[in-house]
Design a protein around this ligand. Structure first.
Ligand SMILES: Cc1ncc(COP(=O)(O)O)c(C=O)c1O
Length: 415
C-alpha cells in the first residue's frame, strides 16, 4: 500500500519523468531543491494567465484578484507553520529572511562584549550573517559542537556556551548535512532564561514534518519555498509581532508606506513594512499550492514513507564495503531526509559525477557548511549527500545502493 502511495506521488512531478544518460532519473537531491508537482506549476501558470496584475495597487477586477491571491497565499503560508498572517513576511528565500533578521533586528539588541551562540551544524545562511554582525558590533560568536561521530549535540554544550551576555541563539531545525533534528525546545528555554532572542532556520524541517512556530516559541524563523515543492524565489521570514513592530524596515519603497512627506515617512505595520516594491506574487501563489499539496498527502503518509526509506538508506549505506556514513555512527537518533557518506579514496565530486552517468543525482561537496565539514573531519573535508522528498521511493534508494559499488570500479580502485 505504502509503495502505491509513494509511486502515485512521484507521478505528480513532471521533472522526475526523464532519463539521464540513458537511465531513468533517480533524484536524491531534494535538500538542495525539491521538484514541483503539477498542481503548483498550474497554480503559478494560472496566476500569470488570469490574475497577473500588481497586488495592492489597482482598483480593477484583475488587480483585486491578484491582491486576493497574494494575501490568501500569506494566510496559507502562516497556517502551515502555526503563525499569524501579520507575522509572515514573504522574502526570496531562507537566506534573505535570516539576513534581514541578523542585519535588521539584531543590531537593536547587540553590544560590545555580548555573544551570539550557534550550533556548528549551521548552513552558511545562518552563520555568515552572524559572523558579519558579531564583527561589526564587537560581539563574540560562539559555537556549540556536535559529537563528530554521531552528529548529536550534547546538552552540556548549551550550558557551556549560553550565558548572561548571550543576546542571540540561532539554530537550524534539521541539519542539511546530518539530517539530525536540533533540540529547539532546549535552545528556546536556555535563551529565555538569559533574555536572549531565538532564530530558527527551518529550511530543512518544513518539507519533512509539521512545524508550529507558536508552539516552539521561537522569536524569528525563516524558510524557503523551493525546498518544499514550491517555486524558487519565494520564502518566508517569521517574527513575533512585537519584534516585527520594533524592527525597522530593511528595504524602502512602494507598497510599504502609510504616508510619505518631503522629509519623513510613516510605514505600514508588519508584514507590509518589510515588503518594499513589487513582490513575487506568482511565487507566493505557488508556495500556497505547495502547502495544499503537502496537506493533501498528509504528514502521516509523508513521515511514514520517509522513515522507512531513511532506515533502508542508512542501513544500506553502512553495509556497503568502502562506504562510510559521515557524522552518523549508525545509531537511530532520528534523521530527516538526509544521509551523508563518503566512498573510501574517492573525492565526493568524482563520486557524484560517476553516479550521474547512471542517472543518480546526489549532491557532493561541503554543502554550504564549511565549519561543520571541518569539524566532522570527513575525508577531503567534503561528502556526498543523498536526500529524500515526498516523492522518493524504495526503488530510488535501491538504485543508489546498487550503483555505489560501481564508482570505485570505474576509478580502478577495486571493489
Ligand atoms: C539548513 C539550510 N538553511 C538555509 C538554506 C538556504 O536556503 P536558500 O538557498 O533557499 O536561501 C539551506 C539551503 O540549502 C539549508 O539547507
Amino acid at each position: 500500500m505504502k509503495n502505491i502511495v509513494a509511486k502515485n506521488i512521484a507521478d505528480d512531478f513532471p521533472a522526475l519523468r526523464q532519463t539521464v544518460n540513458g537511465h531513468a532519473l533517480v533524484y536524491l537531491d531534494s535538500a538542495a531543491t525539491s521538484m514541483r508537482p503539477e498542481s503548483v506549476l498550474r497554480a503559478v501558470d494560472n496566476f500569470y494567465r488570469r490574475d497577473g496584475a500588481n497586488p495592492h495597487r489597482g482598483m480593477y477586477d484583475m488587480a483585486q484578484r491578484a491582491t486576493d491571491a497574494y494575501d490568501g497565499a500569506r494566510v496559507t503560508a502562516a497556517r502551515f507553520v502555526g503563525a499569524d498572517a501579520e507575522e509572515t513576511v514573504f522574502v526570496r528565500n531562507a537566506s534573505e529572511g535570516l539576513n534581514i533578521i541578523a542585519l535588521g533586528y539584531a543590531p537593536l539588541i547587540l553590544g560590545r562584549g555580548d555573544n551570539i551562540v550557534l550550533p556548528i551544524t549551521e548552513h552558511h545562511s545562518n552563520l555568515v550573517p552572524w559572523q558579519v554582525l558579531a564583527r561589526r558590533h564587537g560581539a563574540e560568536l560562539r559555537y556549540m559542537y556536535v559529537d563528530p561521530r554521531t552528529g548529536v549535540l550534547p546538552d552540556s554544550e548549551l550550558d557551556a556556551k549560553i550565558d548572561g551576555r548571550t543576546k542571540i541563539v540561532a539554530f537550524t531545525h534539521v541539519s542539511n548535512v546530518l539530517g539530525t533534528r536540533l533540540p529547539v525546545e532546549k535552545f528556546v528555554a536556555a535563551a529565555k532564561a538569559v533574555g536572549a532572542i531565538t532564530v530558527l532556520d527551518c529550511a530543512q524541517s518544513v518539507p519533512h514534518f509539521g512545524v508550529d512556530l507558536h508552539q516552539l516559541g521561537v522569536d524569528f524563523a525563516a524558510f524557503s519555498g523551493h525546498k518544499m515543492y514550491a517555486p524558487m524565489g519565494i520564502g518566508v521570514m517569521y517574527g513575533r509581532r512585537e519584534l516585527l513592530e520594533a524592527m525597522p524596515p530593511f528595504l524602502y519603497g512602494g507598497d510599504m508606506i502609510e504616508d510619505v512627506r518631503e522629509q519623513d515617512t510613516d510605514f505600514l505595520p508588519p508584514p507590509s513594512k518589510f515588503e518594499a516594491g513589487t513582490q513575487n506574487a506568482g511565487g507566493a501563489v505557488g508556495l500556497a499550492a505547495a502547502v495544499e499539496y503537502i496537506e493533501s498527502v498528509g504528514w502521516e503518509a509523508i513521515e511514514d514513507n520517509e522513515r522507512k526509506l531513511m532506515k533502508r538508506l542508512t542501513e544500506g549505506l553502512a553495509s556497503l564495503k568502502n562506504v562510510s556514513l559521515v557524522g552518523n555512527s549508525g545509531a537511530d537518533v532520528g534523521r530527516y531526509g538526509v544521509a551523508s557518506f563518503n566512498i573510501d579514496g574517492v573525492h565526493p565530486h568524482d563520486a557524484a559525477t560517476i553516479l550521474n552517468d547512471y542517472g543518480v543525482a546526489v549532491r557532493a561537496g561541503k554543502h554550504c557548511a564549511h565549519p561543520l565539514l571541518a569539524h566532522l573531519d570527513a575525508e577531503f573535508n567534503a561528502c556526498c549527500r543523498a536526500s529524500l522528498g515526498i516523492y522518493s521511493t524504495e526503488a530510488d534508494v535501491e538504485r543508489l545502493l546498487e550503483t555505489l559499488p560501481l564508482v570505485r570500479r570505474r576509478m580502478n580502485l577495486g571493489d
